[in-house]
Design a protein around this ligand. Sequence first.
Ligand code: GDP
Length: 329
Amino acid sequence: MDIDDLARRILAGERRALARAITLVESSHADHRRDATALLETLRGHDREALRIGLSGTPGVGKSTFIEAFGCMLTGQGLKVAVLAVDPSSARSGGSILGDKTRMEHLARDPKAFIRPSPAQSHLGGVARRTREAIALCEAAGFDVVLIETVGVGQSETVVAEMSDLFLLLLAPAGGDELQGVKRGIMEMADIILVNKADGDLKAAATRTRADYSGALRLLRKRPQDPPGFPKAMTVSAMENTGLQTAWEEMQTLADWRRDNGHFAARRAAQARFWFEAEVRQSLLARLEREPMKGIVRALGLQVEDGLQTPGQAAQEVLAQLEGRLPGS
Ligand code: GDP
């Protein structure tokens, strides 16, 4: 594969080259991994910066409706928008439910937009790396905004927040007066909470829900990377297209403030480090789960069970074996 040519075409904004490169980073084939690493290395150092926006919400809150409306609004303003997805369930369900082009018909046809469903992967860690690399490719291809969508289940929000400049939480209007079981950790990650479906019969409930969350957000610890008033809760209607421009202005205000105060670059640097460390851990774990280490661990485990070795001693033995097998050691 001609990596330099592919890199040139990505930098020229060729969508087919971008799609091909994303397929390359999604592949776990050893040759492809090597090419993908070389490609990302070739592309490193360009000075393009997209605004990476993470978006989480449980199924049914209106994520695809929102992305379709919001994305079309941005492309209407001349911006290039990419939509990626982190979908931890895609491996189980056998197909992607996020970033699905059929759910975002207008945006999918928009020449200024690029939509990519979640890669089918069993491990969230695998999905995370591929999505991160896809973000880097979209950025190199000159996209202004990269939306990273995830279903609000388990750890996927953390993964998306760790690859976003801004993190949005999309909620539906609550029936009662209680907060919708949104975990504190997720609230703490959110920069902007968008209460969707603020239209028709649901408008009053949406306004109440927004007030509840505004109150809850005020109780959270103040973060140094936030200007006054953030994090904040707002109402939108993705269906009626209301509140989207205001939400976009708030996102820009926050991003600009963070840029001006050094928090934007600091966050990206911390994220890069986080993913580096995560990858080291994952790679080591993968080694342990592969032969011959897998067999060594199993055999030592039996010895520990039989009282022939202490757990500490056996663990040291595993590490010694691992080190002995690392190239260059
Ligand atoms: P997702 O599962 O989070 O992607 O949610 P969808 O975008 O598929 O929307 C789920 C349902 O909510 C659909 O029936 C949408 O028509 C509806 N919906 C989405 N946004 C709005 C909105 O702003 N107002 C109202 N009333 N319904 C909405």
